[in-house]
Design a protein around this ligand. Structure first.
Ligand SMILES: Nc1ncnc2c1ncn2[C@@H]1O[C@H](COP(=O)(O)OP(=O)(O)OP(=O)(O)O)[C@@H](O)[C@H]1O
Ligand SMILES: [Mg+2]
Length: 251
């Protein structure tokens, strides 16, 4: 089996500050994996390079065997990569349904033209409802997005990404700012979405219950370098990882 995503020696600096250094790894299709590491380790910057929001200074990114380094984010999305943001990207004044429907329609390149093709519009609406049901947000479909609780806004952001029918989905701190109860639910939800939508899924997360609960592979970034990569049990017992990030208490 070929990897779906390959990072090959990615370097990125801001001024004199090296934020990713020589980062290489491969992600297999259908894998669910986590990226962990201290604040400022370069996790989000790495996602930004993968999704075309930032250009690496050096190195290559291959998605489904094609070079995507230097492509614009929209082009990368069109090839089947989706993401949610650490800070959500919803349209606050639009309804919850509309937020997801817009992305379902844009996947079909028919943005905001419901009258040209009623059948397609209906299809996108059904798809949006299906996604909202999966996220437990269907009951809020008609409400403006800004009225949602923070945790639900995070889920809506994932819904927007799913509307684009990605094969590879990147989630940046899906449970940030959530209560412990919400986190538990979101952990189960992420696992379910991964299965239901046949995703290859990479998530950045600080909550180790979630990381060690659902990731098949864990990658640890420290000061922009890939410190370790492997199955959860191995990472959890890796002395370097414990020193750099985990501490003793999670063992
Ligand atoms: N556009 C930018 N210009 C300058 N420095 C930046 C920029 N973006 C990120 N940085 C710096 O790069 C480093 C890595 O940031 P990044 O956001 O990737 O960390 P992170 O691992 O996602 O951290 P967190 O867990 O807090 O989200 C930080 O020191 C940050 O201040
Ligand atoms: Mg970050």
């Amino acid at each position: 089996m070929e990897p779906v995503l390959v990072l090959d020696q990615l370097d990125k600096s801001f001024g004199g500050l090296t934020v990713t250094y020589n980062v290489s790894f491969s992600v297999m299709p259908g894998e669910i994996s986590a990226i962990i590491g201290p604040n400022g380790a370069g996790k989000t910057t790495l996602f930004n390079q993968i999704t075309g929001n930032l250009l690496p200074d050096k190195g290559r990114i291959l998605f489904k065997n094609e070079q995507i380094t230097g492509l614009r984010p929209q082009e990368i999305v069109a090839r089947g990569m989706g993401r949610s943001f650490q800070i959500t990207s919803i349209f606050p004044e639009e309804s919850v349904l509309e937020n997801v429907r817009i992305s379902c329609l844009s996947r079909r390149k028919e943005v905001l033209n419901p009258f040209r093709n009623v059948a397609r519009f209906k299809e996108a609406t059904d798809q949006a409802y299906f996604i909202l049901e999966s996220l437990g947000l269907a009951k809020h479909a008609e409400r403006p997005a800004f009225e949602l609780a923070h945790g639900d806004q995070k889920l809506l952001d994932i819904g927007i990404a799913l509307g684009l029918e990605p094969q590879l989905l990147l989630l940046d701190e899906p449970t940030a700012g959530m209560s412990p109860d919400e986190r538990q639910l979101t952990r189960d939800l992420i696992k379910r979405l991964w299965e239901e939508f046949n995703l290859t899924l990479i998530f950045i997360e600080h909550d180790m219950d979630i990381v060690f609960g659902i990731a098949q592979i864990v990658r640890v970034l420290q000061l922009g370098r890939l410190l370790a990569e492997g199955p959860p049990e191995e990472i959890r017992n890796n002395p370097e990882v414990i020193t750099a990030y985990l501490g003793e208490e999670v063992r």
